[in-house]
Structure formats: structure tokens, C-alpha cells
Design a protein. Sequence first.
Lengths: 355, 303
Amino acid sequence: VSVFEPPVTGPSGLAVRVRSLRPWWPLLAVAAAVLGVTAALVAVGGASPTAAANGLIDQSLGTRTGLGETLLRFAPLALIAAALTPSLRAGLFNIGAPGQLGMGALASGLVALHGGGLPGGVLIAVAALAAALAGLVWALVPALLRAWLGVNEILSTLVFNFLAAGLLSYLLGGPLQGKGANLAQSDTVPTAANLPTILSGTRAHIGVLLAVAAILALAVYGSTPSGYRLRLFSASPSLAEQAGVSGRRLVVSTMLIGGAGAGLAGWMQVLGVDHLVYATAADPVGYAGLFVALLGALSPVGILIAAFLLGALLQGGNSLQIGAGVSPEITSAVVGLIVLAVAAVGGMRKGRFAR
Amino acid sequence: VSAVLITAVALMVPVLFAALGELVSERGGVLNIGLEGMMVVGGYTGFQVMDRTGSPLLAIVAASAGGALVAAVMAAVSIYGRANQIITGFALFILAPGVVDFLYAQQTSGVATVPSTPRLGTLDLPVLSSIPVVGRALFDQNAFFYLALGLAVTITVMLRMTRFGLELSACGEDPAAATTKGVRVLRVRTIGTLCAGALAGIGGAALTVGALGSYSPGVMAGRGFIAIAIVILGRWRVGWVVAAAALVGVADSVRLRLADTVDVPVQLLGLLPWLVVLALLIVGGRSLGRMPQALGRDVRGAS
């Protein structure tokens, strides 16, 4: 125990009760700060903050279509966050989801475009498999480099994001470009490959169920033997090694899970939303999925809530352009603010320095 | 060869500023992932001031202030607020460009032409610039290049010979021990982080004001992250960082050269610098021995 640690009183003491309340006031303060800064930003941009807020809530939760669109954005965020959580719990700051999502989108798009003879259900399943595999392959090199050579995973996954972006913009702007397209995009996939919807009159598709299943799987994973090994490893890598846990295997396997999840999010994007492959398929879902995991404090319930709220924010923010004259770039600023707030709250929970 | 070198040195400058800033910050134990965001803010504010006043000097001052402002948030949240450095930096990497791009979009919506300024001219040092091969690459560049070299020397001297430099390294190696020796760790680390922000801001301006004469969203294109890789590759030493930045500059320059001469799609050539960075990470990743021991950790040693 470090000399800086504050004294701990008995379980019935007032100090403990105050301490258990403590996580809440910074949360409120920080939420107020996020709202204030956002409102100021909107005002600086020359629009009305209240109109923007009304428009945002109305467009994301107020109507059936809006709710469907929110669920549509919820699905990839929740899936990526759930899949990234094991590697984040292992202490790896794996930011490769955008690249893995892009490769997954490309793979499922190729399957959908060229698997013409297959019946719809099989086609969708094969595309999902291809997408998960593509995401996994894209995560493999950074995972191996980290496990065997100790190469910093933040930078290596980032490099692979840029490599994927370059590859996609080359392929979709060249050999795979759709007929008559000006942008870097593929042909439209056949309608047989469209994901079935789960809520009539909306675009919310079966991917939403998959995302919920992934969160449930994460909840169960925590109490399995491998989930326990992961907890041991994140608490103390050296102790875990002594107990026979292979750190290398853990690093590689958790990063591959993250890659497969991000690849599947690409499958949702192509077959459920865009119905063709854009070179920019991963914007802004790729990084936002990581934020959902952090925002949800790496817990299944937290991820569920965070993914829904961020989905609503992305959906509402996109529709602000028309309603309130606010550029959609505002969402990326707000998302950044929220992550900053989460980091700040995490710091506050550690307590102040004793001086 | 000479032409490739001239371009290589020009391309190296923005990244070199940012890498020098990151070096100062990391030597103090603060891992600054938000470097890219600081470059974007510096590049934007620098260009805005250049566009309005026409003074490169004012532009550099504004750019360093803009970058330092982002760094001040980093310091407040992660040094004084004890937040995780990586998450804080990553938040700033999303937040700062988001704010800038939002302001840019609001500013340019409905405007027909985006503003641009003439690129900064080169300062030709007579005699020296006529040295064969390297002469024009090293002695006929714009003011930012000479400023970067001057800063590299200043930082070397600062780290090795001043009290502050030694205190900074102490904060990066063992903040608890530094505290017991009377070093005000939080303050020293904050100064290091602000330096990183100011330098990254100038780096951004070196691109927008110096090399391009315009600002557009996405113009930094990951240079902040390349700078972080360069610091790892340069083993946290000024001389090696300059060498690594030069190497990446050469790779970037060769890419541009190949685009003119070889029939390879430009998007594929764009992968080349990233492949070089990856290769460098693999080579440099093995020699982490000189990494500041408390990098990414707060005064109590928590991450």
C-alpha cells in the first residue's frame, strides 16, 4: 500500500458512505460540462442550442422511424464494443476496429456480389463468415507483433487502419468500382443479400439481435474459465504466468475476437444499411465502438446503455443539418467530449493527490 | 536524388516539430496520444491568422497557442485529474479535430471559394546551398525548417544541461522518487505537455501555412501518430528522432517521386509510408530499453 493512499475506515463509517456516493457527483458535473460546451459550440456555429437539442431527441427517439435508425446505429457499436472488451480488459489498447470493419465490409460485399446462385439466407450467412474472417485476419498481424515482439499495439493497429483505408479506396475506386460511380464505392448488392428487418416500417435488422447476443455472451464469458484467466492476467500478468496462463495466447486470442466482431459490424453496414461497399464504411462507427466499450466501463450492461445512447446521438446529430442548420461534424466533437469526460471521471474516482 | 532530398526534408518538417514535442512530453512520463489533435488545431489557427494578417510570425505564435490550449486540457485532465493518459489523449484526438472541422464547416457552408494564402518562400543561404546533392535540401528551405533545427538543438541542451531538463527526466523515470527529492512533478510534467502542444501546433502550421497555404479537414492525415512512432523509433533521444523523421520524410518523398514515374495507382503508393512506419516499429519495438520507465503512469504509479 502506497503512503499516498487515503485512510480506510470501517464498513459502517460515514467515510465509506460518502465514498460510495462520490462517483456520482463528478458524473453530474461532467455531464453538465459536456452539455454546456456543446451548447456553446452550437451557438458559436451560429445556430440555436435548444432547437438543436429538440431536433436531436426528436429525430432519434421521437418517432418509430427515428427509433429504428437509432437501433440501426446501436447494433454495430454494441457488437464492436462487446468484442473489443476482452482485449481492453487484458490491458491492450486495441484501436484497430475501423480497419477490421472496413475489411469485413469488403469481404461481405464481395460475397454478396459474386455469390449469385446461393439462396438469401445462405448468402447472408456466408457473407457474415467472410466478414468475421476478414476482420480476424486484419487483427492477426498486430496481435502477433504485440505478443511476440512487443510492438506497441496502439500504433500497429493504427497503421493497419490506414492500410485498410488505402486498400479500400484503391479497390473501390479502381478494379471493384461500381458502374457509373464517381465515388469509391462498389455495385449495389442483390436484394436477396439484404438483412431481414425485425421492426416493420424501419431499417432495424437482425444485426440488432446479434449485437444483443454478443453482449450476453460477454456477460457469460466473465464467469467462464477463460474469462477468469483474463481477469487474473489483467490484475497481474506475472502472477497469471506463474499460474500457467499464457500471456501471448491471451493477447492474440482477445485481439482476434475484437477483429472478428469489427468485421461483422462491417457486414451489418454493407448488407443492412448501405447495400453497397463504401471506402468510408468505417466512419464513424469504427472508433465510436471503442468509445462505447470505454463509456460502458467494459461491463455488459454499461455497453448496452452506452451503445444505445451513442447510437441516438449519432442518428440525431446526422439529422441536425437539415433541421437546425448544424453541421454533422458536431457529433465527432461531442463524442470526443464524452470520452474526455469519461476519462476525467475515471481520474476523479482514483481520488485526489495527498499533498 | 537531389530533388528527392529537397522534398524529403520539406515533408519531414511538420512531423519533426510534433515528434520533438512528443519527445519532451514523453521524457516527462506523459504519453500524448492526442498529438494529432494538437497539430490540427495549430494548423487551423495558424492558417486563420496567416490568412487575416499575412504575418508568418503571428501565425506561428497563434499555432503554438492553439496547440498548447489542447495540451492544457490534456494536462488538467490527465496530470492534475489523474485520468488515464491514453484515453484522455485519444479523446482529444477525436475532440479537437471535431471542433475544428465543425467550425470549418460552419465557416465554409455557402462560401464558393475556400481561402488560401501563398506558400511560404524558401530562405536560400548563399554558398552553403550550392553544396552538391545535399546543399539545396538543407540550406534552401522555408523558415519552419530552420526553426525546427534550432529547436532540436535547444531541446538537446535543455534536456542535458539544465535543471529543468534533469527534473523532467526524473519525472519520467521515477516520479515518486522525484517527489521526495522536492521536484514538483505535476508542474514539471505540465510544462513538458504544454511544450508538446505548442510544438505540435507549430508542426501543424508548418504544413498548412508553410507547405500548403491552405487548410482542409483531414489534412494532417495521421502525421501526429507517425510522430509518436518516430519517438519510439528514435529511442527517446533527440538525435535519433531527427534521423527517424528524416527517414520517414525520404519514404514519403520517394512515394511522390514514384507516383510521377511508375504506373502504380496513387492510393497503393499512399500505403508506402505506413509500411515503412510498420517496419520501423518492428525494428524499433525490440529496443524499448531507453523508454522512460514511468511513461503513461501518474505520480502514484497507476496508469
